[in-house]
Design a protein. Structure first.
Length: 503
């Protein structure tokens, strides 16, 4: 039994290693805000969502597979959460009932396995009921495959046979074991046998005994005979050993199914939690349109910075950009005009899209990327053994060592730790080299010389954006196409802070 709700034909590995730069992504994109909303105080959902977001898919079909499943989840949230709760109960109940790992004898293993299987059988029954009653409400390939598997493998006959076997393994009529004498009159070929049938009708019992023609003898062991009882227990364990191992393996198989089901549904339940929270904030969501990595696509309408919306607990300004065919986006303009916010919205949308999620926009389309990287300026660190520029270049070198063509890098005020001329030249050379390697970049900067150098050459692969500022100094927090300006209007911020502080 396999759930296959994250991939068409393979399990989701929740223990796979995260990218080496994942801590930078979490910090620079405020990803923790998003993950906590998805988790809704469920640590397991937090960890699974974190893995799914940070390990980006680059297969468009695999992403669409998840997108379709998520749409089913949004249409049927109660049913999906009911299935997730069943998988949770399997884990919680196992802790209380599975004591077989502490047993050294087959009797203990078998007893624990029977208890565990009885619990699993009850949960499988509930799962089958959901499949019978609700499968018609789901349209995605993933859920159709899942419900078909449940119906095929958990037929009424199968569940009845499971119940019958578990009832027999409770040994209400005692344990029946056969054996034969081997060399040296040692017992061998110990096998568990079905107990004799017992009928309530006396005549039927008589005819049954005559028909099977079984001869047997019996003996009693004194309760005070410790050696005799120990020998009898050892004989019993020999007969139960094979059955105990088989049932324990069956229990582990079903347990593995519930573990995978819980793991894979945790991601979708996290998406549901986020979706429902965004609905209360009137934040739009859309299913993004995907393009292959080699296609230079990046177009969106009303893109929001989702973590800002969650932090502010309200609506935020969206941005519109048509960047198809562009590989470099240079963002300049007024201080506190929304440039860094825009940058984070780009990174968050890319990660969410490539995990199979919706994005916070009215419309969104872009090409897949071979990894998302960030290079944000860092605060001065007293423990640093070298200057800030050396630290920035060192981090850049680390990115260059691992980055692949068709990846995306988000730069925020990078290489500004030196004078503008030197910083602009360093940045220009790095950006030009990366463009030649088909790496998409968004670069937020206050360095006029850098932005103007790309404006001066009129490159078709570059789009210049600036944070909009009205004549009275008001920030709209929108990005518009425009040539770079020599000023970032820091004076506006000064007056806004200090003029309003006058008595």
């Amino acid at each position: 039994m396999k759930s296959y709700l994250m991939f068409k034909n393979q399990d989701f590995d929740s223990n796979q290693a995260l990218p080496d730069h994942y801590e930078d992504l979490v910090k620079d994109l405020s990803l923790d805000v998003l993950l906590k909303t998805m988790a809704a105080e469920d640590e397991f959902i937090y960890e699974i969502s974190k893995t799914a977001l940070l390990i980006s898919l680059v297969d468009a079909d695999a992403i669409r597979f998840r997108q379709e499943i998520l749409q089913d989840c949004i249409k049927n949230p109660k049913i999906v959460r009911s299935i997730y709760r069943i998988a949770q109960l399997a884990k919680e109940n196992k802790k209380r009932r599975w004591m077989g790992i502490f047993s050294r004898n087959p009797s203990g293993v078998l007893s624990s396995a029977v208890q565990l299987m009885l619990m699993f059988a009850e949960l499988l029954e509930k799962l089958k009921t959901i499949a019978d009653d609700s499968a018609h409400a789901f349209e995605s390939e993933g859920f159709n495959q899942f419900f078909t598997m449940i119906k095929d493998e958990l037929s009424d006959a199968y569940l009845a046979a499971m119940d019958d076997h578990l009832n027999q393994l409770s040994f209400k009529s005692g344990v029946w074991i056969s054996a034969k004498l081997g060399k040296g009159n040692q017992g061998e070929a110990y096998n568990l046998r079905r107990p004799k049938k017992k009928y309530r009708n006396f005549i039927k019992n008589v005819f049954y005994k005559l028909s099977v023609k079984v001869t047997s003898s019996s003996f009693m062991v004194d309760p005070r005979d410790q050696a005799g009882n120990r020998a009898l227990s050892e004989l019993k364990d020999r007969g139960l050993n094979q059955v105990a191992n088989a049932l324990a393996q069956s229990a582990e198989h079903i347990d593995s199914f519930f573990v995978n089901l819980r793991t894979e549904l945790a991601f979708y339940v996290g998406c549901l939690n986020l979706y429902e929270r965004l609905q209360t904030l009137n934040c739009p969501v859309t299913v993004p349109k995907l393009y292959e990595p080699h296609e230079k696509k990046h177009q969106f309408r009303g893109l929001r910075e989702i973590c800002l919306a969650l932090t502010m607990d309200g609506e935020v300004v969206g941005n519109d950009v048509d960047g198809d065919g562009r590989g470099l986006f240079i963002i300049s303009g007024a201080n506190q005009g929304g440039k860094s916010t825009f940058l984070r919205s780009i990174g968050l949308a890319q990660l969410m899209m490539q995990s199979g999620m919706f994005v916070a926009a009215e419309a969104f389309s872009t090409n897949l990327c071979e990894g998302v990287y960030t290079h944000f300026k860092r605060q001065e660190d007293e423990t640093m053994k070298s200057g800030k520029l050396d630290e920035e270049l060192s981090r850049m070198s680390g990115i260059v060592d691992v980055i692949a063509p068709h990846a995306i890098i988000l730069f925020n005020e990078s290489f500004s730790a030196t004078n503008e001329r030197e910083g602009s030249e360093i940045a220009r050379q790095i950006l030009t080299a990366l463009l030649d390697q088909d790496i998409k970049m968004f670069f937020v900067t206050h360095m006029y010389e850098l932005a103007n150098s790309f404006n001066h050459h009129h490159r078709d692969d570059t789009l210049l954006l600036q944070a909009e500022r009205k004549e009275d100094g008001t920030r709209t927090f929108k990005l518009v196409e425009g040539k770079p300006l020599r000023t970032s209007f820091a004076e506006d911020v000064f007056h806004e802070v200090f003029d309003n502080d006058q008595p």
